[in-house]
Design a protein around this ligand. Structure first.
Ligand SMILES: Nc1ncnc2c1ncn2[C@@H]1O[C@H](COP(=O)(O)OP(=O)(O)O)[C@@H](O)[C@H]1O
Ligand SMILES: [Mg+2]
Length: 254
């Protein structure tokens, strides 16, 4: 197995509270890995630490053979690791196309271009980005709404724009934190279909999702976190049958 992402002994505190207490797991290259666990287990915090938003207190993150612990998000994006974010509320009038271009244009490297080369290079880069945006929109079946303001989209389409925006960075590995949350079952299915197709085409995906039916259908392996650590991992059926996993979920309800 080739590893796309290796997380080892990753630790992070918030104001003295140990939120990540030594997280260890590997995302196999080409896999559609699921990350589950009760609320407050530290899943989102882990994504934030891995994607450079939070600086871990200890441990390491490696992207393939490259040590990336503590690198800022833009360096990680350049290295091929991208996490999706909810659409910013700040730009209500922007069209889907502009949203995709906005994200693409803020990619690393742009500001380093020498001023003299900039106009020519920037124009060529913009043309490339536009082509990329059109390709991604076609792929996610957003091409018919490309010129619509994002505010006019359905909830499910907005989620697809979020995924499309992440794809603009041409990731090798994509971290998705509950991309189907709040979306009706039909659209959740459609999003799942897109993610499966992207994964089949070689994109490594690590998905946090609370809907167990989706995790069961989409993900292998499945990593279970509880209280800032990995509790267990394996196929969905293996982890679902594990008494400690059932206990971790039940424990939180009382
Ligand atoms: N920015 C933050 N500041 C302080 N505590 C936080 C912050 N983000 C998350 N936490 C705490 O860390 C724990 C893990 O949260 P989180 O990673 O969001 O869990 P999950 O995504 O698994 O539900 C929770 O107890 C939460 O309250
Ligand atoms: Mg979360």
């Amino acid at each position: 197995m080739t590893a796309a992402l290796i997380i080892a002994e990753l630790k992070l505190d918030f104001y003295g509270v140990h939120v990540l207490r030594g997280v260890d797991f590997t995302v196999p290259a080409g896999s559609f890995t699921g990350l589950i666990g009760p609320n407050g287990a530290g899943k989102s915090t882990l994504f934030n630490a891995v994607s450079g938003l939070y600086r871990p207190k200890g441990g390491s993150v490696r992207l393939g053979a490259v040590e990336t612990t503590g690198l800022p998000p833009e360096k990680l994006v350049a290295a091929g690791l991208v996490r999706s974010f909810q659409l910013a509320r700040g730009f209500p009038k922007l069209s889907v196309f502009q949203h995709l271009m906005l994200y693409g244009a803020s990619q690393p490297g742009e500001s380093l271009l020498p001023a003299l080369w900039r106009s020519h290079t920037a124009r060529r880069r913009e043309a490339e980005l536009a082509e990329r945006a059109h390709g991604i929109a076609r792929r996610l079946r957003l091409d018919h709404v490309l010129d619509n303001p994002v505010t006019a989209l359905s909830g499910g389409q907005k989620k697809l724009v979020e995924i499309g925006r992440a794809l603009m960075a041409d990731p090798k590995i994509l971290l998705l934190d509950e991309p189907m949350a709040g979306v009706n079952p039909t659209l959740a299915d459609e999003i799942a279909g897109h993610l499966t197709a992207l994964n089949r085409d070689g994109l490594t995906i690590c998905l946090i999702e609370h809907d167990m039916a989706l995790i069961k259908r989409l993900c292998a392996p499945v990593i279970v976190m509880a209280e800032g650590k990995v509790l267990t991992q394996g196929s969905f059926d293996e982890v679902a049958a594990d008494a400690r996993v059932q206990e971790a979920y039940l424990g939180r309800r009382h």
